[in-house]
Design a protein around this ligand. Structure first.
Ligand code: SF4
Length: 343
């Protein structure tokens, strides 16, 4: 990431919690807890982490999709819709938001069936979609736009005459992605778009996302727990743990020089070609987002835990340009580092 790029989406201390009322008591699930993100035009940004760390909720928050019990508790979410100024999109009306969706920012949901109407042929789904966003277009214009895009993305032309259930899971996912990219949105966000697909089909879906990004020079924000997918597609990666970004860097930095012990576990658990050693996954389980540990949320699982880790949330340190990590091993006073149980 050498050239200077324009910021296209930015968050400031974003907090999005699920607030549940249960039998007269309130349960607060801190799924997105103080997240500062800066996303640039023309990049693929990957968000990684185990299940239950808040990745999907962060995507919903970036899409400004706060449906109760999910609430925006505090913080800011800015889109740079015109190059002169940013807009705090949490202040927009539902109609203004509807216009932004799919044209400025689109969402590829987890599970393609939820995005496609099972009782409609795909061309009818395309027609509804185009009609609701582009207004009164003739049938011919709609189908010309749809066919052109289907062909550009290498999908079979007759696919529009089929129902969703007539497609394989991989093909359905590709149609969902095609639909999300139809209006050439500046940002596309995808929630685990390759989950439940076999490796070969997964490769096709990744290639399709890369092609869309290269053609449109837009931005893709992609959530997946699969570090192999991130290695293949992302320019930069944010590692999420317990509702927070704990490390961020270019893909080379994250894979070549991971600093956070959690990131190191995620990378070391990946199989390596020709290496027959047993790979170790992250010990223990992620904490409940409704009952977070004090201090560094990773401390109950961390082999390097120090006293300060149990008391204070670590601040970010910046080992290199574009690279930041929230861990006391890298930002604590020397005295605190000396007390660690290093292995
Ligand atoms: Fe481990 Fe402490 Fe770093 Fe947290 S802050 S990852 S507990 S060393």
């Amino acid at each position: 990431m050498t050239e200077k790029k324009q910021i296209i989406l930015r968050t400031e201390q974003l907090k999005a919690f699920y607030i549940l009322e249960m039998h007269g008591t309130q349960k607060i699930v801190k799924a997105v807890n103080d997240v500062d993100l800066t996303i640039y035009e023309n990049e693929i940004y990957g968000i990684a982490g185990e299940s239950g760390c808040g990745k999907s909720t962060l995507l919903k928050a970036l899409f400004n999709d706060f449906v109760p019990p999910l609430r925006l508790v505090s913080g800011k979410l800015y889109y740079r819709i015109d190059w002169e100024k940013e807009i705090d999109v949490t202040t927009l009306s539902p109609e203004e938001l509807r216009q932004l969706r799919m044209e400025y920012i689109s969402y590829i949901p987890q599970g393609s069936m939820s995005a496609l109407n099972p009782v409609l042929k795909l061309k009818e789904t395309y027609k509804d979609f185009i009609g609701s966003h582009l207004g009164d277009q003739s049938r011919e214009e709609i189908f010309e736009l749809a066919y052109k895009q289907i062909q550009t993305l290498g999908l079979p032309k007759n696919i529009l005459d089929l129902y969703p259930h007539q497609l394989s899971g991989g093909m359905r996912q590709r149609v969902t992605i095609a639909l999300a990219s139809l209006l050439k949105p500046r940002i596309m966000i995808g929630d685990e778009p390759t989950t439940a697909l076999d490796v070969v089909v997964q490769r096709g879906v990744i290639q399709m996302l890369k092609t869309i990004q290269e053609n449109f020079k837009n931005t893709i924000i992609l959530v997946t727990h699969d570090m192999g997918v991130h290695a293949n597609i992302a320019d930069r990666i944010g590692i999420m743990y317990a509702g927070k970004i704990v490390e961020e860097g270019t893909t080379e930095q994250i894979f070549g020089d991971p600093r956070h012990p959690y990131t190191q576990f995620l990378i070391n658990s990946l199989p390596k070609f020709g290496d027959k050693n047993v790979r170790h996954s992250v010990p223990g389980s992620p904490p409940s987002l409704a009952d977070l540990p004090t201090g560094c949320p990773f401390h109950p699982r961390c082999p390097h835990v120090m006293e300060i880790c149990t008391q204070q949330v670590p601040e970010f340190s910046y080992p290199d340009e574009h690279h930041k990590v929230a861990c006391w091993l890298h930002s604590a006073p020397q005295a605190a580092i000396g007390e660690g149980k290093h292995e």
